[in-house]
Design a protein around this ligand. Structure first.
Ligand SMILES: [Zn+2]
Length: 256
Protein backbone atom coordinates (compact mmCIF):
# COMPACT_ATOMS: atom_id res chain seq x y z
CA UNK A 1 0.00 0.00 0.00
CA UNK A 2 1.32 3.41 -0.82
CA UNK A 3 1.49 5.93 1.95
CA UNK A 4 0.81 9.47 0.94
CA UNK A 5 -0.71 12.51 2.48
CA UNK A 6 -4.16 13.62 1.34
CA UNK A 7 -2.78 16.97 0.28
CA UNK A 8 -2.25 15.72 -3.28
CA UNK A 9 -5.71 14.15 -3.39
CA UNK A 10 -9.16 15.31 -4.38
CA UNK A 11 -10.09 15.23 -0.71
CA UNK A 12 -7.71 17.99 0.22
CA UNK A 13 -9.42 20.86 1.94
CA UNK A 14 -12.30 20.87 4.36
CA UNK A 15 -14.61 17.91 4.79
CA UNK A 16 -18.08 18.41 3.37
CA UNK A 17 -20.82 16.37 4.97
CA UNK A 18 -22.34 15.47 1.62
CA UNK A 19 -23.06 12.16 -0.08
CA UNK A 20 -20.68 13.19 -2.88
CA UNK A 21 -17.85 13.79 -0.46
CA UNK A 22 -18.50 10.46 1.29
CA UNK A 23 -18.43 8.68 -2.05
CA UNK A 24 -15.09 10.26 -2.97
CA UNK A 25 -13.71 9.45 0.47
CA UNK A 26 -14.55 5.76 0.11
CA UNK A 27 -13.34 5.65 -3.48
CA UNK A 28 -10.03 7.12 -2.43
CA UNK A 29 -9.60 4.57 0.34
CA UNK A 30 -10.32 1.78 -2.12
CA UNK A 31 -7.85 3.29 -4.60
CA UNK A 32 -5.26 3.40 -1.82
CA UNK A 33 -5.63 -0.36 -1.50
CA UNK A 34 -7.86 -0.80 1.53
CA UNK A 35 -10.18 -3.82 1.55
CA UNK A 36 -13.60 -3.66 3.22
CA UNK A 37 -13.93 -6.05 6.16
CA UNK A 38 -16.47 -7.00 8.81
CA UNK A 39 -16.22 -7.44 12.55
CA UNK A 40 -15.99 -11.21 12.47
CA UNK A 41 -13.11 -11.30 9.99
CA UNK A 42 -9.66 -11.32 11.47
CA UNK A 43 -8.58 -7.96 10.16
CA UNK A 44 -5.63 -8.26 7.80
CA UNK A 45 -3.27 -5.45 6.92
CA UNK A 46 -5.08 -3.04 4.64
CA UNK A 47 -8.44 -4.01 6.11
CA UNK A 48 -11.07 -1.34 6.56
CA UNK A 49 -14.22 -1.74 8.61
CA UNK A 50 -17.00 0.58 7.48
CA UNK A 51 -19.46 1.20 10.26
CA UNK A 52 -22.50 3.41 10.74
CA UNK A 53 -24.32 4.22 13.96
CA UNK A 54 -27.88 5.26 13.15
CA UNK A 55 -28.64 7.70 15.96
CA UNK A 56 -31.44 9.08 13.81
CA UNK A 57 -32.45 9.16 10.14
CA UNK A 58 -32.62 5.60 8.77
CA UNK A 59 -33.52 7.11 5.38
CA UNK A 60 -30.04 8.64 5.14
CA UNK A 61 -28.53 5.27 5.99
CA UNK A 62 -30.25 3.93 2.90
CA UNK A 63 -28.61 6.59 0.72
CA UNK A 64 -25.19 5.80 2.18
CA UNK A 65 -25.81 2.09 1.71
CA UNK A 66 -26.48 2.67 -1.99
CA UNK A 67 -23.25 4.60 -2.41
CA UNK A 68 -21.31 1.81 -0.73
CA UNK A 69 -23.01 -0.95 -2.70
CA UNK A 70 -22.11 0.84 -5.95
CA UNK A 71 -18.47 0.83 -4.83
CA UNK A 72 -18.60 -2.81 -3.73
CA UNK A 73 -18.25 -1.91 -0.04
CA UNK A 74 -20.16 -3.97 2.52
CA UNK A 75 -20.77 -2.04 5.72
CA UNK A 76 -22.33 -2.64 9.13
CA UNK A 77 -25.30 -0.49 10.18
CA UNK A 78 -25.99 -0.32 13.91
CA UNK A 79 -29.50 0.69 14.94
CA UNK A 80 -30.88 1.94 18.23
CA UNK A 81 -33.83 0.07 19.66
CA UNK A 82 -34.21 2.73 22.33
CA UNK A 83 -34.48 5.82 20.13
CA UNK A 84 -37.61 7.98 20.36
CA UNK A 85 -37.20 9.05 16.72
CA UNK A 86 -37.47 5.70 14.98
CA UNK A 87 -38.59 2.16 15.63
CA UNK A 88 -37.15 -0.93 13.95
CA UNK A 89 -40.56 -2.61 13.89
CA UNK A 90 -42.19 0.36 12.11
CA UNK A 91 -42.65 -0.81 8.55
CA UNK A 92 -40.77 1.96 6.71
CA UNK A 93 -37.76 1.50 9.01
CA UNK A 94 -37.90 -2.27 8.75
CA UNK A 95 -37.99 -1.90 4.98
CA UNK A 96 -34.90 0.33 5.02
CA UNK A 97 -32.99 -2.19 7.12
CA UNK A 98 -34.03 -5.07 4.89
CA UNK A 99 -32.99 -3.11 1.81
CA UNK A 100 -29.58 -2.49 3.38
CA UNK A 101 -29.28 -6.22 4.01
CA UNK A 102 -30.26 -7.02 0.43
CA UNK A 103 -27.40 -4.76 -0.75
CA UNK A 104 -24.97 -6.96 1.21
CA UNK A 105 -24.72 -4.80 4.33
CA UNK A 106 -25.10 -6.12 7.86
CA UNK A 107 -27.44 -4.73 10.52
CA UNK A 108 -26.63 -4.82 14.22
CA UNK A 109 -27.63 -3.35 17.57
CA UNK A 110 -26.51 0.14 18.60
CA UNK A 111 -26.86 -0.22 22.35
CA UNK A 112 -27.43 2.63 24.77
CA UNK A 113 -26.32 1.72 28.28
CA UNK A 114 -27.74 5.10 29.34
CA UNK A 115 -31.25 3.73 28.86
CA UNK A 116 -30.65 1.12 31.55
CA UNK A 117 -27.99 2.29 33.97
CA UNK A 118 -26.41 5.42 35.30
CA UNK A 119 -22.77 4.46 35.26
CA UNK A 120 -21.11 1.09 35.10
CA UNK A 121 -23.05 -2.17 35.11
CA UNK A 122 -21.89 -5.75 35.76
CA UNK A 123 -20.67 -7.50 32.61
CA UNK A 124 -23.23 -10.30 32.79
CA UNK A 125 -26.04 -7.79 33.17
CA UNK A 126 -24.81 -5.85 30.12
CA UNK A 127 -24.65 -9.07 28.10
CA UNK A 128 -28.17 -10.01 29.13
CA UNK A 129 -29.67 -6.69 27.98
CA UNK A 130 -27.60 -6.56 24.80
CA UNK A 131 -28.66 -10.06 23.81
CA UNK A 132 -32.30 -9.22 24.53
CA UNK A 133 -32.09 -6.25 22.14
CA UNK A 134 -30.27 -8.34 19.56
CA UNK A 135 -33.00 -10.95 19.68
CA UNK A 136 -35.65 -8.26 19.28
CA UNK A 137 -33.82 -6.78 16.27
CA UNK A 138 -33.44 -10.24 14.79
CA UNK A 139 -37.16 -10.85 15.12
CA UNK A 140 -37.72 -7.66 13.09
CA UNK A 141 -35.13 -8.08 10.32
CA UNK A 142 -33.67 -11.59 10.46
CA UNK A 143 -29.90 -12.05 10.44
CA UNK A 144 -28.12 -9.52 12.62
CA UNK A 145 -24.46 -8.89 13.34
CA UNK A 146 -22.66 -10.60 16.21
CA UNK A 147 -21.12 -7.20 16.77
CA UNK A 148 -22.74 -4.47 18.85
CA UNK A 149 -21.77 -0.81 19.01
CA UNK A 150 -22.36 1.27 22.13
CA UNK A 151 -24.10 4.63 21.82
CA UNK A 152 -22.11 7.47 23.40
CA UNK A 153 -19.95 4.96 25.29
CA UNK A 154 -18.58 5.82 28.69
CA UNK A 155 -14.98 5.09 29.59
CA UNK A 156 -15.78 1.74 31.24
CA UNK A 157 -16.76 0.27 27.86
CA UNK A 158 -13.51 1.04 26.08
CA UNK A 159 -11.09 -1.80 25.28
CA UNK A 160 -13.36 -4.23 27.04
CA UNK A 161 -14.68 -7.61 25.85
CA UNK A 162 -17.96 -9.19 26.83
CA UNK A 163 -19.23 -12.73 26.61
CA UNK A 164 -21.92 -13.41 24.07
CA UNK A 165 -21.27 -10.58 21.63
CA UNK A 166 -18.52 -8.65 19.90
CA UNK A 167 -18.08 -5.06 21.01
CA UNK A 168 -16.84 -2.58 18.40
CA UNK A 169 -14.86 -0.99 21.23
CA UNK A 170 -12.95 -4.19 22.07
CA UNK A 171 -9.19 -3.91 22.43
CA UNK A 172 -8.57 -5.58 19.07
CA UNK A 173 -10.53 -2.88 17.22
CA UNK A 174 -8.33 -0.24 18.79
CA UNK A 175 -4.87 -1.81 18.81
CA UNK A 176 -3.12 -1.08 15.51
CA UNK A 177 -6.39 0.10 14.00
CA UNK A 178 -6.99 3.75 13.31
CA UNK A 179 -10.44 4.75 14.49
CA UNK A 180 -11.97 7.48 12.33
CA UNK A 181 -15.30 8.71 13.69
CA UNK A 182 -17.37 11.67 12.49
CA UNK A 183 -19.16 12.29 15.83
CA UNK A 184 -20.46 15.87 16.09
CA UNK A 185 -19.00 16.47 12.60
CA UNK A 186 -15.54 16.77 14.19
CA UNK A 187 -13.95 15.94 10.86
CA UNK A 188 -14.40 19.63 10.06
CA UNK A 189 -11.61 20.35 12.54
CA UNK A 190 -9.67 17.12 12.14
CA UNK A 191 -9.61 15.71 8.62
CA UNK A 192 -9.96 11.89 8.85
CA UNK A 193 -7.00 11.42 6.53
CA UNK A 194 -4.81 14.10 8.06
CA UNK A 195 -2.24 11.53 9.17
CA UNK A 196 -0.39 9.10 6.98
CA UNK A 197 -2.43 6.15 5.86
CA UNK A 198 -2.75 3.70 8.76
CA UNK A 199 -2.40 -0.02 8.25
CA UNK A 200 -5.97 -0.82 9.29
CA UNK A 201 -9.04 1.32 9.66
CA UNK A 202 -12.36 1.42 11.42
CA UNK A 203 -14.48 4.20 9.92
CA UNK A 204 -17.57 5.35 11.78
CA UNK A 205 -20.09 7.71 10.25
CA UNK A 206 -23.52 8.75 11.49
CA UNK A 207 -25.82 8.89 8.44
CA UNK A 208 -27.98 11.63 9.97
CA UNK A 209 -25.07 14.07 9.82
CA UNK A 210 -24.83 13.80 6.02
CA UNK A 211 -26.97 15.03 3.13
CA UNK A 212 -27.18 16.08 -0.50
CA UNK A 213 -25.98 19.56 0.45
CA UNK A 214 -23.50 20.40 3.19
CA UNK A 215 -24.93 21.64 6.50
CA UNK A 216 -23.52 22.15 9.94
CA UNK A 217 -24.28 19.89 12.89
CA UNK A 218 -27.05 22.00 14.44
CA UNK A 219 -28.78 22.58 11.11
CA UNK A 220 -28.67 18.88 10.32
CA UNK A 221 -30.19 17.94 13.67
CA UNK A 222 -32.91 20.56 13.44
CA UNK A 223 -33.77 19.57 9.88
CA UNK A 224 -34.06 15.88 10.69
CA UNK A 225 -36.10 16.59 13.78
CA UNK A 226 -38.58 18.76 11.85
CA UNK A 227 -38.93 16.13 9.17
CA UNK A 228 -39.53 13.29 11.61
CA UNK A 229 -41.97 15.32 13.70
CA UNK A 230 -43.94 16.23 10.57
CA UNK A 231 -44.01 12.60 9.59
CA UNK A 232 -45.13 11.56 13.07
CA UNK A 233 -47.89 14.19 13.16
CA UNK A 234 -49.20 13.03 9.80
CA UNK A 235 -49.01 9.40 10.87
CA UNK A 236 -50.94 10.08 14.08
CA UNK A 237 -53.57 12.02 12.21
CA UNK A 238 -54.07 9.38 9.57
CA UNK A 239 -54.11 6.48 11.99
CA UNK A 240 -56.26 8.04 14.68
CA UNK A 241 -58.37 10.73 13.03
CA UNK A 242 -58.73 9.87 9.35
CA UNK A 243 -58.47 6.16 10.08
CA UNK A 244 -56.31 5.53 7.06
CA UNK A 245 -54.07 2.71 8.09
CA UNK A 246 -51.86 2.25 5.08
CA UNK A 247 -48.28 2.97 6.12
CA UNK A 248 -46.77 2.33 2.70
CA UNK A 249 -46.90 6.00 1.79
CA UNK A 250 -44.52 6.65 4.68
CA UNK A 251 -41.83 4.70 2.84
CA UNK A 252 -38.52 6.52 2.88
CA UNK A 253 -37.35 7.85 -0.46
CA UNK A 254 -33.60 8.02 -0.80
CA UNK A 255 -33.82 11.28 -2.74
CA UNK A 256 -35.79 12.97 0.05
ZN1 LIG B 1 -24.90 6.61 18.73
Amino acid sequence: MTTHSPSDQSLAGPVEFTYDWYERFLAELLDAGYTPAGYDDSLASGGMIVRHDIDFSPRKALRMGEIEADLGVEATYFVLLTCPLYNVFYKPVRTVLQELQSMGHTVGVHFSTHQYWNGEAAANVVTERVLAEREALSSAVGDVSEAVSFHRPDEWLFRRSFEGFISTYEERFFTDIAYLGDSNQRWRDQHPLADDRPEKLQILTHPGLWGAEDADFETRLAGELDRELDRTRRFMHEQLVDKKYNVDEFQYETNE
